[in-house]
Design a protein. Structure first.
Lengths: 442, 489
């Protein structure tokens, strides 16, 4: 009996499943998500949260139970400072804005790292201290929301297209992390986070590694603050606490270990997007006056449930050894993208008068009932048929490949899957881009 | 190189013997340098400075001639003594350096280096404070007052105490520092704020300290096991609105009160059960339960209400009396909440110290493996601590309802990180096994007195937060430092 080598990224199973479920629901409930404007707005709204989660992720990987509670207030602090400087006319050029934002983030994180290393206080206490201090000073700098963002980012926050500067920042930040994972520094960082003593004994300069991790986290916070400033086009000193809580939640939803040594932007990205999707899905239901409470409750429940699910992952991995995060990602990805294609091309169906659902319960809670096709049944255009067939074929192919792969005892599937995913995403983009025309034709 | 582990005593003796070689003649207590030249220079210096003082004294015209002369003479004499003393030290050192061997020189250098290394933080901290004070004094006109000078001196004294004296208190070091800070805060506040020690103000401080203290009971217990409970503020808020809505719905107020406590315990039970397997993530689990509980309670209280999220009703008199500022305790003019807190504190401190249950808790927090081998059930204690946390959070919420007279879900929000801050400032380690409720009481009092002080000198909420944040770090740095990694390998 050959013992199966577990994928090191097995922890991503829960985030992937959660994300797929949420994305599917979100697209069905609010089809406007699959349009240039919808996706663009989604990217811009979710970007600050994603970047804040990246920042938390880097620190969590560095170990010692570092959860930077101050990430929200720090983001708000940079936002407030940038807006204050821009309102008084000092900060105009993009380069200066980026230098100020990233510089502030890195300075704070450097101080954090030095305190942790030399004063040797637990990181969580340092971050608690930073949380209180920054929350206070934010309100001193800008007592109430207001001010104007630097002029060059005025049109960043419109969200009418997918390809906005915010997306560029996000892509660069994500790609930057993947490049970083190729370095020795990254393996040292993971080792330090997993077992600092072992790393230290084997000659890793743990102090330097820690400082490096904090500086990277500072860069991410700075970028997040820029995206946040672009999003709200002004300064807001009050959202720090919320941002911290949501970012920590996203971090955990993404399966990053708070004990250190495990995590990456994939998980953080999945977590942050899932969190945003929860809000999106809940906003499509109409709960009336208790909307906010339901949102809060569901947040909490999903948080706890996803944590409890991570307990099941080793169990699942033991019995179903051919399930790897990648295969799960591919299979679920096909399902979700299929739903997206279906929803985005729904205008092509021949609608012969949809029937309104009249039940009182549905009337109360499911007001945004999407249009259903009735009458002639499943009439598909050729594009849809092609997409469906490709999807089904790909799912079968992936499962088969994965099965063979696991029988062969190999751990990686090679370049194939990367190419596969990229081509799929391209297909989705094309469909989204040509949708308005097809809708007109239909 | 000299062996670093050489006993300090021996080094001392060596240094003494080195000093003896350079011993000189002296007239009783009066230090006289060996070199004539130095004596004359000293005399000249003291006379010149005394003359300057003399001139200024007459020039100003504030003092009478006799006083000026007296001060002049005293200054000259004191200066002469001081200068001689300094001169002798240097002469001694030079003489000793001539006579000492290689090894002795090494010891001496080592000793001075360790002396410097041991005190570098203190010297740096004290000089930083001095520079800050001088800068403020130089730049701000209103800052130059005798109160601020006293405050500055008290702060320097605290630093000195914290670094030097606290070393003798092995276990209760944090409590000692906390008490000094508390004392200093009270002294400074009493000096600089009118009516700080008046009965209403003290009552207010104690009342808010009681709320925070009761809310921190659970956080302390959980921290002793190495966990965290972030659901406390949400449970407080939920208990607050749930109690009023129950009372409004017609449930007898005593029954409702007890029921709320039971519900709080149930939430804590869930917390403990779910976070037991996820101890590293207890922070997030409790946060999640907190969200869920707050959301759920608001939904339940909104059913049948026109104004979702708001609960209206009349708080029963006994509850108001329990916690309101004008409440009475058997005719005495303070709210019974303070007494409740004191009783809880005593029970907690004694319970943690004396009972087997309390000792087991410390054992578990200190070393899971060892405690397990002793037959202590980790699950039972972990869940019990969270249940206690939930019950006391609910109690705080109920008492806050009596205090404010109206229900509001956000009433717990300030307690999100304040309970944690109180525990940390008090000196309970978040890693578990160290600390106790007595420490937390000190932390709570420090926080409340500081709040009152900052309010008194006219600083707003945001500045208070800022100062809290900056205060936590140095206080924990004084007693809560983890060992260097070199020491743990």
């Amino acid at each position: 009996m050959v013992t199966q080598a577990q994928s090191p990224n097995i922890y991503l199973l829960v985030p992937i499943a959660l994300m797929a479920a949420l994305l599917g629901t979100a697209v069905i409930r609010g089809p406007s998500l699959v349009s240039p404007a919808g996706t663009g707005a989604a990217i811009i709204v979710a970007a600050p949260l994603i970047l804040a989660t990246y920042s938390l992720m880097v620190l969590a990987v560095a170990g010692r139970g570092t959860i930077d509670l101050a990430v929200g207030p720090l983001l708000a602090f940079i936002n407030v400072v940038v807006v204050k400087l821009s309102t008084s006319g000092i900060l105009v050029s993009p380069i200066a804005t980026f230098i100020v934002a990233l510089g502030l983030g890195m300075l704070y994180q450097l101080a954090f790292a030095l305190v942790v290393i030399y004063v040797r206080v637990q990181p969580i206490i340092v971050s608690l201290s930073g949380f209180l201090a920054l929350t206070g000073i934010n309100l001193v700098i800008l007592p109430r929301p207001g001010g104007i963002a630097p002029p060059f980012m005025q049109d960043w926050g419109l969200g009418t297209t997918i390809f906005s500067p915010v997306l560029l920042i996000l892509v660069l930040a994500t790609a930057g992390w993947y490049l970083f994972t190729a370095t020795t520094f990254y393996s040292n960082l993971k080792m330090t986070g997993y077992d600092e003593r072992a790393a230290w004994t084997s000659g890793v300069k743990t102090d330097i590694v820690r400082i490096g991790a904090h500086l990277i986290a500072g860069i991410y916070v700075g970028l997040g603050a820029i995206c946040y400033t672009a999003l709200i086009s002004s300064g807001d000193p009050t959202q720090g606490q919320n941002m911290t809580l949501t970012a920590v939640t996203a971090l955990v939803l993404g399966g990053v270990a708070l004990s250190g040594g495990r995590g990456g932007v994939t998980g953080a990205l999945l977590g942050a997007v899932s969190l945003w999707l929860i809000g999106y899905v809940l906003a499509t239901f109409n709960f009336g006056a208790i909307q906010a409470f339901i949102t809060q409750m569901i947040y909490g429940l999903i948080l706890v449930a996803s944590l409890l699910l991570t307990l099941l992952v080793p169990l699942v991995g033991r019995y179903i050894s051919f399930v790897s995060p990648w295969s799960a990602f591919l299979v679920l990805g096909f399902v979700v993208i299929g739903i997206m294609l279906q929803v985005s091309t729904i205008g092509n169906y021949n609608e012969t008068g949809s029937v309104l659902v009249q039940q009182p319960l549905a009337d109360r809670y499911f007001l945004l009932e999407p249009a259903r096709a009735v009458g002639e049944g499943f009439v598909m255009t050729r594009v849809q048929l092609l997409a469906l067939l490709t999807g089904v074929a790909a799912v079968c192919f992936t499962v088969a490949a994965r099965l063979m792969d696991s029988e062969a005892g190999r751990r990686r599937m090679g370049l194939f899957q990367y190419l596969f995913v990229v081509s799929l995403l391209l297909a989705l983009f094309i469909v989204i881009a040509i949708r308005p025309e097809s809708a007109i034709q239909g | 190189m000299v062996d670093l582990n050489m006993p300090v005593k021996q080094i001392d003796q060596d240094a003494d013997s080195a000093g003896k070689r350079g011993r000189r003649r002296s007239f009783g207590m009066l230090p006289i340098p060996q070199s004539r030249f130095v004596i004359w220079v000293n005399i000249a210096l003291s006379l010149v400075i005394a003359t300057i003082g003399f001139g200024v004294g007459f020039g100003e015209g504030y003092l009478s001639a006799q006083q000026v002369i007296l001060f002049g003479v005293v200054t000259a004499a004191l200066l002469f003594l001081l200068l001689n003393y300094v001169a002798i030290i240097f002469e001694d050192r030079a003489a000793a350096a001539d006579g000492e061997t290689e090894a002795e020189a090494e010891h001496r250098r080592l000793r001075s280096r360790t002396l410097w290394r041991n005190n570098i933080v203190m010297v740096l901290a004290m000089s930083a404070l001095l520079v800050l004070y001088l800068l403020l004094t130089a730049s701000i006109e209103e800052f130059r007052s005798i109160k601020n000078l006293i405050a500055f001196l008290v702060l320097e004294l605290i630093l000195l105490f914290a670094f030097k004296v606290s070393g003798y208190f092995a276990s209760g070091r944090s409590a000692f520092i906390g008490l000094i800070v508390l004392g200093a805060l009270i002294v400074i506040s009493a000096f600089s704020i009118e009516g700080f020690l008046s009965a209403p103000n003290v009552r207010a401080i104690l009342l808010f300290a009681a709320f925070l203290g009761i809310a921190s009971v659970g956080q302390t217990m959980v921290a002793l096991l190495g966990g965290l409970d972030l659901s406390i503020p949400f449970v407080i808020g939920a208990a607050n609105i749930a109690l009023l809505s129950l009372i409004t719905a017609g449930v007898p107020s005593y029954v409702a009160f007890g029921f709320i406590l039971v519900l709080g315990g149930a939430v804590g039970f869930l917390n403990g059960l779910m976070s037991y397997r996820l101890q590293g993530q207890a922070l997030i689990v409790t946060l999640g339960t907190g969200f869920a509980v707050a959301g759920f309670t608001q939904i339940m209280t909104s059913i049948g209400s026109k104004f979702a999220g708001n609960v209206f009703g009349v708080v029963p008199g006994w509850l108001s009396n329990l916690a309101a500022m004008n409440g009475r305790f058997f005719g005495m003019k303070f709210p019974p909440t303070i007494v409740i807190w004191i009783v809880i504190a005593i029970v907690m401190i004694v319970g943690l110290r004396m009972t087997a249950w309390g000792r087991n808790l410390y054992a578990l927090g200190g070393n899971r493996g060892a405690a397990k081998l002793l037959g202590i059930s980790e699950l039972k204690y972990w869940v019990a601590c969270y249940v206690i946390s939930g019950v006391f959070a609910a109690l705080t919420g109920a008492l806050l309802l009596g205090w404010s007279g109206g229900a509001f879900i956000g009433v717990g929000d300030p307690y999100l990180f304040t309970t944690l801050a109180a525990v940390v400032i008090g000196g309970t380690s978040l890693l578990g096994g160290n600390g106790g409720y007595g420490f937390t009481v000190i932390g709570v009092l420090v926080l409340q007195v500081l709040t009152s002080f900052l309010l008194g000198i006219g600083l707003q909420y945001e500045w208070q937060q800022f100062i809290f944040g900056l205060l936590i770090l140095p206080m924990v740095a004084l007693y809560g430092r983890s060992p260097h990694i070199r020491a743990t390998v």
